[in-house]
Write a protein that binds this ligand. Structure first.
Ligand code: FAD
Length: 390
């Protein structure tokens, strides 16, 4: 089999890249994805938050592009068999910080303001007046970004996938198990089915599995799977409409249907895949750790009914928690990646899909300059992390 461009991994990043490549006239694009149900992929497990409350200008700019893109998603991405309704709710983001985080929150606010983000800093009185249900015992300052929000990540993934198919992208239900290399390039992908796909260009966007693919050309990416459990709960008390709320501990929640969804990254456990939330460390994680953090944020959460817990995985960049984009495998100029998104891959998918299409078709960034986020910083050991609440 032959294709001009082979995309390894059909999550939201792979499908967004496929969509932009097809839109810009790439002739032959193939996405290799073993599981069309996406049972273990990160995308459907994500909270779908889309925010510009970030510290690095590149991340703010990517979120800005994505917000605009998601706002028009149904219009742009609908196909005959898919209305592409991503349930975009522009209900805002609210970051809460204690005294230790005030400087970082203020610095980030200034960067965001310079990027044109309509956010505002709230002192404790203003916070109480605006959101009476938010607990203020541990809060010294808040930042509210009323026009950010969240989407249904699975719907967005399927929107990109179906539109890409509609534009002629091939989806192979298969798994890459090896990559063939010449002295200067990757020439083909060996597939679990026994077939081989040759291509001019390969894009490794296998999410939490990206380092397994990298190892196939002898490359090393500092990206590991990190288990992230999420919870859904009901609260019988009346609570005003809230934005997505996040604090310094990393705990967050947002309204979801008639309840709330959220959790807290478990930075303290070893990286690796973990699907069993009923045993071991995660069996009592909500009761032991998450619940108290949530009740700090909203005291009415002291009485809630936990309905469901599920596992997903961050693809965590151990250098700095930020994305790595572009070439990464020594001597293999035609092999690109976009990986290591931690909790930002959904909000950045449209911008990253577009950036990958620019790199493939033009050899450079034509819109947002993402040079700072390339693999070179890993080689130089120069972290480019988010500052403050991540
Ligand atoms: C609990 C949780 C909450 C999150 N909340 C948010 C949020 O609010 N906002 C946000 O922006 N992000 C959030 N994220 C992060 C976001 O979900 C991810 O960054 C994003 O989904 C990454 O997309 P992806 O396409 O890189 O990976 P995935 O969706 O995991 O897709 C990778 C695909 O590669 C495929 N693959 C693996 N191995 C191979 C192989 N050998 N050959 C071919 N294909 C292969 C897999 O089957 C998979 O479908 C959250 C994540 C989690 C876990």
């Amino acid at each position: 089999m032959k294709s001009d461009i082979a995309i390894i991994g059909g999550g939201i990043i792979g499908c967004a890249a496929a969509y932009f490549l097809a839109t810009k006239g790439a002739d032959s694009v193939t996405v290799i994805e073993p599981d069309a149900t996406y049972a273990k992929a990160s995308t459907p497990a994500g909270a779908g938050g889309v925010r510009r409350l970030m510290s690095r200008p590149e991340n703010i700019r990517m979120s800005q592009f994505s917000l605009d893109f998601f706002a028009d998603f149904a219009e742009t991405m609908a196909t005959d068999d898919n209305p592409a309704d991503i349930a975009f709710r522009r209900q805002g983001y609210l970051f809460l910080t204690n005294a230790d985080g005030v400087d970082a929150l203020t610095l980030n606010f200034e960067t965001q303001a310079a990027e044109g983000v309509p956010a505002e800093l709230l002192d404790v009185d203003a916070l109480r007046a605006r959101f009476p249900s938010i607990g203020t015992d541990n809060v010294a300052m808040a930042c509210h970004s009323p026009e950010d929000g969240w989407i249904d990540p699975h719907a967005a993934l399927m929107g990109f996938r179906k539109k890409a198919q509609n534009l002629g992208v091939e989806f192979l239900k298969d798994k890459v198990i090896s990559l063939d290399v010449s002295p200067t390039a990757v020439t083909g992908a060996g597939l679990e089915s026994g077939q081989r796909l040759e291509a001019e260009c390969f894009i490794n966007v296998a999410g939490a599995w990206v380092s397994e693919i990298a190892a196939m050309t002898g490359a090393k990416l500092p990206v590991v799977p990190m288990c992230r459990v999420q919870h859904f709960w009901h609260c019988a008390h009346d609570i005003e409409p809230l934005p997505l709320v996040k604090d310094d501990s990393g705990a967050f929640f947002r309204p979801e249907g008639d309840g709330f969804a959220g959790g807290r990254p478990s930075w303290e456990i070893e990286p690796g895949f973990n699907w069993d939330v009923d045993r071991g460390y995660f069996a009592t994680y909500f009761e032991d750790t998450v619940w108290e953090l949530l009740a700090n944020m909203v005291p009415k959460f002291e009485t809630i009914k936990l309905e469901r817990t599920w596992a997903g995985h961050y693809a965590q960049n151990m250098l700095d928690g930020n994305m790595i984009i572009g070439r990464y495998s020594d001597g293999h100029e035609n092999l690109l990646t976009a990986c290591g998104f931690s909790g930002h891959g959904i909000m950045h998918a449209p911008a990253v899909g577009r950036a990958l299409s620019e790199l493939v078709l033009h050899g450079r960034y034509e819109t947002i300059d993402l040079t700072q986020m390339e693999f070179d910083r890993v080689l130089r050991n120069e972290p480019y992390a988010e500052i403050g609440i991540k």
